[in-house]
Design a protein around this ligand. Sequence first.
Ligand code: FE2
Length: 176
Amino acid sequence: MAFSLKEFVLEARSAAAEEHPVAAVNNLMVQTFADPDAIAAAVRPFGTGDETLYEDEQVSVYWVSFAPHELVPPHNHKMPAFLGVYQGVEINRLYRRARTGSLEEIKQKRLLPGDTLSLGGEGIHAVYAEGDAPSLGLHVYLGSLSTIERELFDSETGESMSFTTENYHKLVRPLD
Ligand SMILES: [Fe+2]
């Protein structure tokens, strides 16, 4: 079936407005990413990084590209987050905070085209694209991601700091 980015944004907005938005958005992601080739055929890459497709107080919809050889530092979202990959391979390192304040990696999720992943508001992940090509995907968040106060973490020390562009650049790591 043909994919339309405009239609996906509308569907994400109505799923987020449902009585059980987590289940509704999850269903939407699973259904949408069942045909990753249709998304790849319909969506022209926006370039590197993120592109905000829609954002209000209730929902944010982003087009997201992760670069190879670069680890996006561990961070939370402070709202439910839904990730889907339609091109490339994306590695998500999932963490929890230990009582001592350090960061513990609990598992890795390798997302292939068609795979989706959801994270709770306190979920922490670090992300990179496997291989030499970027990974391309769509993310939905249940809130206004660009305006909420959230955190970045130093993967070595577990130190948390506010999610600002400056801190982000301080923590982003090359991968070899
Ligand atoms: Fe994230």
